[in-house]
Design a binder for this molecule. Structure first.
Ligand SMILES: Cc1ncc(C[n+]2csc(CCOP(=O)(O)OP(=O)(O)O)c2C)c(N)n1
Ligand SMILES: [Mg+2]
Length: 674
């Protein structure tokens, strides 16, 4: 034991205690024939997984496999108490949970063989399994808030169902575990967190990774705690039954710790444990002890043969999922469409946004989740003010838990609710990135297109209010181009109501970037000599140009900057001596390049400006796409300076894109031309 490692107990002590537990349970004199079904399912799981290892060694499957050999009974015992409509979320070590829950071992074999008949169409493979009532992924802890949201959705529908999440004790190191315990407890989600405590996190012994009390962690959040292990089958089945019944009946979260031991490597060959330690558990393992029990040997052999025969037959008939079908995403693509004049109603932008979202709350049973969105406060920027008063059961004001609240919203979205998560300041969206990237954007594809995740994540970005470095940044560049994620930016240049309704109709996940300076603007009313138009329908692109003029300078930008350019249109015209056209996409990603291309048809100078800092951003993407379409213009990109936004108002404005900078850039383009 390394004395420098601050631990409560050494790993040797912990393993000794576990060994005592295992010996006591395994020494019990029980008639195992009463558990025949459970034992045969556990055996089937073991045989399927050892078959995977064999197929691996024959190079018939690729990637990785985490077996639960030695731990099979956890999933079996839990699944025994579940009902149709209950959901399991699982992790990398998910095969056992899946077979126990669904019985579909053939679909699982097909999946790992990469076949289109696999449960995730061969896309997810070992770690990303899908069936009605079951999802798993390979990001530790990531599905915990999703399960919590599913549980709340079940409550809302009045279903007597529950959500069960499996995690390993190494995942106690993830903050999302505690965000979820807290949120599930506060909102009363019927969510059972099952900790499979196998004393190792990959190669790291528990003593080096988990400080303090495991039970104390759950109790601190008010979760009822249950404890059992995989060696005392009677107690395991009973305790799982009690834990499930508790959650089902009380509609409250609970925590179930199951001590267990993994007999094989973490994945394929990574095992640093003392062989003598593993051997102790091999001899105590129930399936090993029953290997020569005449009560079971016949059935065991039949199961093994069935799995052998099935997998060999499948190897001969491997059919892949159609890649052309797979590669399509859910994102709306701009086509060159009709241009229509825009007439804006009156009203302050934030109030119009509030009304647009409110109609979704009322008409679509929208769920709105965010920090401090409860009335009377109604959210830091009041976009959801009045919502909770109207529909108290649909509005959740949460703890400071960006990942947790976005995960909850995802849980609602996949359960069929219209789900909106608010991130109080855009800078904090990074705290929820795992949820956005590994869950929301990937669910549809990684589960073989069998589910959608139409969640909306809204957040204000932008500076100009003196909030300083951590509350002013525009970090849309971190979200742009993420697969299957739509990024939109309403602007006070036009009524955002059709955009919000159009986004709601999409099946893909989306981030809506609102601008906190733009909130206070009245909706734009063009002067008589300017024409405001929209091309491409609800999610379309706005264009502002002089009536009857022939533009020679396009300024392509969005959000507040679009409004800034519109307000300073005359000045830009005057000082550049060029006729401008403002092009303002409401969709940032995917870039509506067909719209922009059409609108810059007769223009020779194009400035693309973004709120975020310069480099590797939206403007670079837009210019690149236009160039690839052979739009031979002179281009310039403009962004904020590549430094954290200063708080001081004067310094702040120096760091940002301004009308002065746009004009200077236009003049530079002219000079370059000469
Ligand atoms: C967020 C995240 N970090 C790291 C990993 C890599 N990883 C996969 S499994 C694992 C260990 C998990 O240990 P534990 O939670 O105890 O589960 P066990 O493997 O013991 O079942 C790690 C570090 C991951 N999959 N996800
Ligand atoms: Mg572990």
């Amino acid at each position: 034991m390394d004395n420098n490692v601050p631990v409560m107990q050494s790993q040797i002590e912990l393993i000794d205690i576990l060994h005592q537990t295992a010996q006591t349970g395994a020494g019990e004199n029980v008639d195992h024939s009463q558990f025949r079904d459970e034992i045969l399912t556990a055996y089937r799981i073991r045989k399927v997984e050892t078959k995977f290892l064999e197929l691996f060694s024959r190079s018939k499957i690729s990637g990785t496999v985490h077996t639960c050999v030695g731990q099979e009974l956890t999933g079996v015992a839990l699944a025994k108490h579940l009902q149709p409509g209950d959901w399991i979320t699982s992790n990398h070590r998910c095969h056992g949970h899946f077979i126990a829950r669904t019985g579909n071992w053939q679909g699982l074999i097909d999946e790992l063989l990469g076949m289109k008949t696999g449960i995730s169409k061969g896309i997810g493979s070992s770690q990303h399994l899908f069936a009605p009532g079951f999802i798993s992924n390979g990001t530790q802890g990531s599905l915990l808030p999703v399960a919590s949201g599913m549980g709340l959705a079940m409550n809302k529908r009045g279903q007597p169902n529950i959500a069960v999440s499996f995690i390993g004790e190494g995942t106690l190191g993830e903050g999302i575990t505690y965000e979820t315990m807290n949120l599930s407890s506060i909102f009363g989600s019927p969510h059972l967190i099952v900790l499979e405590n196998n004393y190792y996190s990959q190669t790291t012994p528990q003593a080096h990774a988990v400080s303090g009390s495991i039970r104390g962690r759950a109790e601190a959040f008010g979760l009822e705690c249950f404890e059992t292990d995989t060696w005392n089958l009677t107690d395991l089945l009973e305790t799982c039954g009690k834990a499930v019944a508790h959650v089902r009946d009380t509609r409250r979260p609970a925590f179930l710790r199951i001590d267990t031991y993994r007999l094989l490597a973490h994945s394929k060959g990574d095992d640093d444990r003392e062989r003598s330690e593993v051997e102790k558990y091999e001899s105590l393992d129930l399936l090993n002890r029953l290997a020569n029990d005449s009560e079971f040997t016949g059935a065991f052999a039949a199961i093994a043969n069935e799995i052998d025969d099935y997998s060999e037959e499948r190897l001969l008939n491997k059919e892949l999922y159609d890649y052309a079908e797979y590669r399509t995403d859910q994102l709306p693509r701009a086509t060159s469409a009709r241009t229509v004049p825009v007439e804006n109603p009156g009203g302050i932008f934030v109030k119009v946004l509030n009304e647009a979202y409110k109609s979704i709350l009322l008409e679509k049973t929208g769920i709105f989740i965010g920090e401090d969105i409860a009335d009377p406060y109604g959210g830091a920027f009041k976009v959801t003010r009045g919502f909770q008063d109207l529909r108290p059961d649909q509005v959740f004001s949460t703890s400071i838990s960006e990942a947790g609240l976005v995960g909850l919203a995802i849980g609602f979205a996949v359960s069929g609710f219209s789900a909106y998560a608010e991130i109080m300041f855009g800078d904090f969206i990074v705290n929820a990135m795992d949820q956005i990237l590994n869950n929301a954007s990937k669910f549809h594809h990684m589960y073989g297109k069998q589910t959608d995740c139409p969640v909306t994540i809204r957040t204000p970005m932008g500076a100009r209010r003196g909030y300083g470095p951590t509350h002013s940044q525009s970090i849309e560049k971190l979200l742009l181009g993420l697969d299957n994620l739509l990024v939109a930016a309403p602007t006070s240049l036009c009524d955002p109501t059709p955009l919000i309704a159009g986004l709601e109709a999409q099946t893909c996940p989306r981030v809506v970037i609102e601008n906190k300076t733009d909130y206070g603007n009245p909706l734009y009313q063009p002067p008589e000599n300017l024409l405001l138009e929209k091309i491409g329908g609800d999610l379309g692109t706005l264009a502002l140009s002089p009536v009857g003029g022939r533009p020679t300078l396009a300024i392509v930008t969005y959000g507040f900057l679009a409004r800034l350019v519109a307000d300073d249109f005359e000045r830009i015209f005057r000082e550049t001596d060029r006729v401008p056209i403002l092009i303002a996409p409401q969709l940032l990603s995917p870039v509506p390049v067909a719209h922009i291309e059409r609108l810059i048809r007769r223009v020779d100078h194009v400035i693309v400006a973004e709120e975020g800092s310069e480099g590797f951003g939206w403007s670079d993407g837009v210019v690149c796409q236009l160039l690839q379409r052979n739009r031979a213009c002179r281009y310039a990109t403009l962004g904020a300076d590549p430094v954290p936004i200063p708080s001081d108002r004067q310094l702040e404005s120096l760091s940002l894109v301004s009308t002065d900078k746009i004009i200077a850039t236009a003049l530079r383009l002219d000079q370059d031309h000469d």
